[in-house]
Design a binder for this molecule. Structure first.
Ligand SMILES: CC(C)(COP(=O)(O)OP(=O)(O)OC[C@H]1O[C@@H](n2cnc3c(N)ncnc32)[C@H](O)[C@@H]1OP(=O)(O)O)[C@@H](O)C(=O)NCCC(=O)NCCS
Length: 252
C-alpha cells in the first residue's frame, strides 16, 4: 500500500482493487467512459483474474467513505507474440517470451482531478511493468478526441506510436485511436533503427554537400571548356543532393 499526502492535504492511499469495490468500480466506469463494460470484466478486475489493478482512496474523507474508490487503473499482461500490437511495437516476430502491459482502463473522479492521482496510478503500473523482466513496454489506446488524456500521457512521457483509423465503434460511429507506449527494461521503438538511418543519411549528405561546394569553387578557376563539362556534372550532382533532401523530408 502506497500513501501520498497531496498538496491539498488529502491522504491518498493506493491499494489493489477488491471484491467490495465492485459496485463503485462499475459506477465509475459507467460515468467516465463511452464504452459499456461487461459484468465479467468487473468480476475479473475485483477477483484479480488475469487483470492487475490499483485503486486510489481518500483516507482523509470526512464523510466516512474513506475506503471508497476515487481513482483506478486496470491492466493486463500480454504475450507480445500473441498480440498484433506486438508487431507494431516490434516484438511480434520475437521468439522469446517478451510481454507487454496493456492499460485497459484509467480514471479519476472529477472532484479529485489534477491532484496527480492518475500520475501516481500510472507510476504504479510502470513500476510493476519494470519488475517483470520479460516486459518491454506499457501501452494503451486513447480515443482521438480525449484531449485531457492525451495531454496526460504526453506529460507522463508516453510516446505516440500510431494513429489507428476507426479503432473504436461507439453508438454506430467510428472513432480513431492513438496508440501510446512507454518502454521499460530496455525496450526500444521499432523506429529507432529508422532514426539511426536518417541520422547517418543527414550526416553523409552534409559531407557530400560541402565536398560538392568545394569542387564547384575549384571549378570556377578552371579554363572555359573544362568548366562547362564539369558544370554539367555539378548540375547532376546538385539534382542528386536535392532528391536526397526530398527523400530526407519524407522521413522527418
Ligand atoms: C485523464 C485523467 C485520468 C487524468 O487524471 P488526473 O488525476 O486529473 O491526472 P493528473 O492530476 O495526474 O495529471 C497529470 C497531468 O496530466 C495533464 N492533464 C490532466 N488532465 C488535464 C486536463 N483536463 N487538461 C490539460 N491537461 C491535463 C496535465 O499535464 C497534468 O499535469 P499538471 O497538473 O502538471 O498540468 C482524468 O482526466 C480522467 O479520469 N478522465 C476521464 C477518463 C479518461 O479519459 N481516462 C483515460 C482513458 S485512456
Amino acid at each position: 500500500m502506497v500513501i501520498h499526502i497531496s498538496e491539498h492535504g488529502q491522504n491518498i492511499v493506493y491499494r489493489p482493487i477488491r471484491p467490495s469495490d465492485r459496485e463503485a468500480l462499475e459506477a465509475m466506469h459507467a460515468a467516465l467512459f463511452p464504452i459499456r463494460y461487461e459484468p465479467e470484466f468487473f468480476l475479473n478486475v475485483v477477483n484479480g483474474h488475469d487483470i492487475v489493478s490499483w485503486a486510489a482512496v481518500d483516507r482523509s474523507r470526512p464523510d466516512g467513505n474513506d475506503d471508497e474508490i476515487i481513482g483506478f487503473v486496470t491492466v493486463r499482461v500480454m504475450i507480445a507474440t500473441e498480440n498484433e500490437i506486438g508487431d507494431i511495437l516490434g516484438y511480434g516476430s520475437s521468439r522469446t517470451n517478451q510481454t507487454l502491459v496493456y492499460i485497459l482502463t484509467l480514471g479519476v473522479a472529477e472532484q479529485y482531478r489534477n491532484l496527480g492521482i492518475a500520475s501516481s496510478l500510472v507510476q504504479e503500473v510502470i513500476k510493476y511493468a519494470s519488475s517483470l523482466p520479460e516486459c518491454k513496454a506499457v501501452y494503451l489506446h486513447v480515443i482521438d478526441y480525449n484531449e485531457s488524456a492525451i495531454l496526460f500521457y504526453k506529460k507522463m512521457n508516453f510516446r505516440c506510436l500510431r494513429r489507428l483509423p476507426s479503432f473504436y465503434y461507439i453508438n454506430s460511429q467510428h472513432f480513431d485511436a492513438y496508440l501510446y507506449v512507454y518502454y521499460v527494461n530496455g525496450g526500444r521503438s521499432p523506429q529507432s533503427a529508422l532514426d539511426f538511418v536518417v541520422a547517418v543519411t543527414t550526416y553523409l549528405r552534409g559531407i557530400f554537400t560541402s565536398w560538392a561546394t568545394r569542387l564547384w569553387k575549384r571549378e570556377q578557376k578552371i579554363p572555359g571548356w573544362s568548366k562547362c563539362k564539369k558544370a554539367t556534372s555539378f548540375f547532376n550532382l546538385n539534382r542528386m543532393i536535392k532528391s536526397t533532401n526530398n527523400r530526407g523530408c519524407q522521413h522527418v
